[in-house]
Design a protein around this ligand. Sequence first.
Ligand SMILES: CC(C)(COP(=O)(O)OP(=O)(O)OC[C@H]1O[C@@H](n2cnc3c(N)ncnc32)[C@H](O)[C@@H]1OP(=O)(O)O)[C@@H](O)C(=O)NCCC(=O)NCCS
Length: 177
Amino acid sequence: MVIRRGTDADAGRLAALAEGTFRDTFEADNAPADMHAYCASAYSPEIQRRQLGDSTLDTFVADDGAALIGYAQLRPGAPAVVRGPDPIELWRFYVDRLHHGRGVALALMNAVVAAAHARGAQTLWLGVWEQNSRAQAFYRKVGFVDVGAHQFVLGTDVQTDRVMARNLVSPGDVACG
Ligand SMILES: CC(C)(COP(=O)(O)OP(=O)(O)OC[C@H]1O[C@@H](n2cnc3c(N)ncnc32)[C@H](O)[C@@H]1OP(=O)(O)O)[C@@H](O)C(=O)NCCC(=O)NCCS
């Protein structure tokens, strides 16, 4: 398994992975119409192709040689609740469920932290659904703390995300976890 930057050639497989992992994670707890509306607005080969070509974003994929098994994306900006200096958002962070608990997430996180650092960010933040306890446990394990809340709209459903952040002291410090 390697972690590498996504390229234009990954657009189709990335769109399938992104929608598949989103549905695996949230489908059981949300209305089908809300899931459909969100997925239609967020995932298609053309949408992911645009994101892969967007120089303001960083997209990493975990590639096991046969398939993409995880991905992560960084984007600029932060809400007011994030008070740390020079923030950047860990916008998306997903690993195929067959590969949870195997270190893929930590490898992706190390790539994300290095890229955020390279962009001059000092604070890495994310929003995570308040009911997503596994992801919150992982983020705490790699140094994120809860700094507040913000809203996330899934179709017509207004949900509460916990906002978590960590200081980017050095690009390598997550590895010690
Ligand atoms: C979030 C994610 C990338 C983390 O990767 P992972 O491989 O599952 O992470 P790890 O197994 O290293 O760590 C998860 C921790 O949660 C704990 N955990 C497992 N199941 C849990 C559960 N049902 N509830 C709470 N904690 C749980 C584990 O014990 C583990 O901690 P440990 O290593 O100290 O035992 C992965 O779970 C994932 O892709 N989930 C679905 C998509 C998602 O939620 N993305 C985040 C969107 S903000």
